[in-house]
Design a binder for this molecule. Structure first.
Ligand SMILES: CCCCCCC/C=C/C(=O)SCCNC(=O)CCNC(=O)[C@H](O)C(C)(C)COP(=O)(O)OP(=O)(O)OC[C@H]1O[C@@H](n2cnc3c(N)ncnc32)[C@H](O)[C@@H]1OP(=O)(O)O
Ligand SMILES: NC(=O)C1=CN([C@@H]2O[C@H](COP(=O)(O)OP(=O)(O)OC[C@H]3O[C@@H](n4cnc5c(N)ncnc54)[C@H](OP(=O)(O)O)[C@@H]3O)[C@@H](O)[C@H]2O)C=CC1
Length: 256
């Protein structure tokens, strides 16, 4: 389903981004992985190679719109076209909003919201030039709609990405470009573990909030992502697919 198509995956050097990159590669896509750390991207490219897939690393900071334009140019130079984008890059940490510095707010909002817009804009322009249409997926979290004390920067930025997705889904539908989101629940990655459940107590607390009683595996998020990105979801746009083990629906007074 993804043969002869090229996808850019931001934050493709680790965690969920790497799992999506590898799943896309296994499904026949050419994959351009990006992020700030070349070594992590090179590892993903090596893993793609091991499974017989084609990928390149283009280190980029998504907060820099000029660098993002250059990323898309590099992808087109190498593969001829771009058919998909996964906005997965993120930063996060736990801090009460009242104590968060302006720079701490900016650090997360710049990566998550501004970076996702710069990448979406650059890829959509390329798709318009190609006349091919395409598919854009942004990785958010359910706190985009219910909020989350302790991560106001990330919750606000993810809410912005959801609103961006719904808005541009309408603007870009005539060009054959679909935009959707996926909202994973707590997922076992080094990045999230370090940022959000760094010790056993915090980890147990997060786990206790998931009715399914376990963290997601990045490959589960990747499988769902491929459905949304691919032709089986060809009439789906402006939507968000949640896979969180029942976490956000589980905030009730009675019952479990
Ligand atoms: C609990 C269940 C929830 C489930 C859903 C979870 C949904 C979302 C999950 C995720 O997003 S997981 C992804 C986690 N991955 C990462 O965070 C990896 C990338 N992270 C980073 O790059 C950094 O953590 C960063 C801080 C986001 C950005 O790094 P950068 O080098 O650009 O910034 P810094 O110069 O280090 O800091 C900027 C600014 O931020 C303040 N700050 C940083 N950490 C903290 C902290 N722990 N507490 C308070 N403030 C912090 C730092 O002090 C700087 O501000 P100033 O001091 O200059 O004012
Ligand atoms: N794990 C979880 O529980 C959940 C995660 N999510 C979302 O899933 C996505 C992936 O998270 P996860 O895999 O857990 O965490 P990771 O920390 O592994 O992934 C974040 C990635 O973003 C990259 N990144 C950070 N800043 C920038 C930047 N300025 N420019 C380019 N790339 C950047 C990082 O690479 P580098 O530092 O090298 O740049 C890293 O590869 C995020 O959007 C996150 O919000 C959503 C819900 C739950």
């Amino acid at each position: 389903m993804f043969t002869d198509r090229t996808f850019i995956v931001t934050g493709g050097g680790s965690g969920i981004g790497r799992a999506i990159a590898l799943a896309l590669g296994a499904a026949g896509a050419c994959v351009v992985v990006t992020g700030r750390t070349p070594e992590k991207l090179d590892e993903t490219v090596a893993l793609l190679g091991e499974q017989g897939a084609d990928g390149i690393a283009v280190p980029t900071d998504v907060r820099d719109p000029g660098a993002v334009d250059a990323l898309v140019e590099a992808a087109v130079h190498h593969y001829g076209a771009v058919h998909g984008l996964v906005n997965n890059a993120a930063g996060n940490f736990v801090a009460p909003g009242i104590d968060l510095s302006p720079n701490g707010w900016k650090a997360v909002v710049d990566i998550v919201l501004n970076g996702s817009f710069y990448c979406t804009r650059a890829v959509a322009r390329q798709m318009r030039n190609q006349g091919t249409g395409g598919s854009i997926l942004s990785v958010i979290a359910s706190y985009a709609w219910h909020g989350h004390p302790g991560t106001v920067h990330s919750a606000a930025a993810k809410a912005g990405v959801l609103a961006m997705t719904r808005t541009l889904a309408v603007e870009l539908a005539p060009l054959g470009i679909r935009l959707n989101c996926i909202a994973p629940g707590p997922t076992e990655t080094k990045g999230a573990g370090a940022a959000l459940w760094a010790d056993d107590t915090a980890r147990a607390h997060v786990l206790s909030s998931v009715p399914a009683g376990r963290f997601a595996d990045p490959t589960e998020v990747a499988d769902a992502s491929l459905f949304v990105l691919g032709d089986r979801a060809s009439y789906m746009t402006g939507e968000c697919l949640t896979l969180d083990g029942g976490q956000w629906l589980g905030k009730q007074v009675y019952g479990q």
